[in-house]
Structure formats: structure tokens, C-alpha cells
Write a protein that binds this ligand. Structure first.
Ligand SMILES: Nc1ncnc2c1ncn2[C@@H]1O[C@H](COP(=O)(O)OP(=O)(O)OP(=O)(O)O)[C@@H](O)[C@H]1O
Length: 121
């Protein structure tokens, strides 16, 4: 069988990653909320004509929250797969992972407030 080229291999990996992103959006309630908020602030960005720097910060904040939420979901799934029964150590891992999402979400909310509060009021 012919060995796949580097480019073919990379294209395949992008396909897997896209499938993962779609699965995440289709199956995880928290991601659905985050994506809905991302769409809302993107519309707000056009409406209030935010600056290039504000766009960069907004896009970074959105991708950080959604990206860390994806990693959190993967960690939860691994935990449920390797240890479905109650275990304090699994609880600790899941709590720390959820804490990471909360920290970046607080950062994203602060970025949003700094950008939009002066424009709205
Ligand atoms: N196997 C377990 N052992 C100990 N504690 C657990 C276990 N599973 C869940 N927990 C506790 O329950 C909390 C919620 O876990 P769960 O897997 O339901 O995550 P979730 O945040 O509700 O998931 P989602 O992001 O899908 O809504 C964990 O943070 C942890 O404190």
C-alpha cells in the first residue's frame, strides 16, 4: 500500500480536528451557550465598530474559552471512560478542569466589559 504524503497526512488530521469541533458543538450544552455568546459579541463588534485591537482581544478571548472548554470536555470523557465509579481523585481532576474554564471565562467577561461598557453607557 502507498505511504501517504506529509500533505495528505496533514489534511486528514485537519479533517479529524474539524469533526471534533463539530462533535463538541453538537453534543455539549456549555459549548452551545459559549458559541451563542461568541456570535452575539461578534454582532456587537460590528454594531459598535470596535477597533482592530479590540477585535484581536475579543477573538483571543472567545477562542481561549471555547478551546479550554473543549479540553475540559475531553478530560471529563477520559475520566468517565477510565473510571466511571465515584472516586475523589476523579472529582479533583474534573473540578480542576472545570476551574480552568471558569478562570478563562472570567477573563473573557472582563475583556468584554472593558470593550463594551464605555460604548454602551
Ligand atoms: N467519578 C466521579 N468521582 C467523583 N466526583 C465526580 C465524578 N464524576 C463527577 N464528579 C463531580 O461532579 C462534578 C461534575 O461532573 P460532570 O462530569 O457531571 O461534569 P459537568 O461539569 O456536569 O459536565 P458538563 O460540562 O458536561 O456539564 C465534577 O466536577 C466532580 O466534582
Amino acid at each position: 500500500m502507498r505511504k501517504e504524503t506529509f500533505v495528505e497526512n496533514r489534511i486528514k488530521s485537519v479533517g479529524f480536528a474539524l469533526r471534533g469541533a463539530l462533535l463538541l458543538i453538537r453534543t455539549e450544552a456549555s459549548i452551545k451557550i459559549q458559541v451563542a455568546l461568541a456570535v452575539l459579541v461578534t454582532i456587537a463588534g460590528f454594531y459598535y465598530q470596535i477597533s482592530n485591537t479590540e477585535w484581536i482581544l475579543q477573538v483571543l478571548a472567545i477562542s481561549l474559552v471555547v478551546g479550554i472548554e473543549g479540553a475540559n470536555t475531553a478530560i471529563e470523557k477520559i475520566c468517565d471512560f477510565i473510571h466511571p465509579d465515584f472516586d475523589e481523585r476523579i472529582g479533583f481532576i474534573k473540578d480542576v478542569s472545570a476551574g480552568a474554564v471558569m478562570l478563562v471565562s472570567i477573563g473573557a467577561i472582563i475583556v468584554g466589559l472593558i470593550i463594551y461598557l464605555p460604548k454602551v453607557f
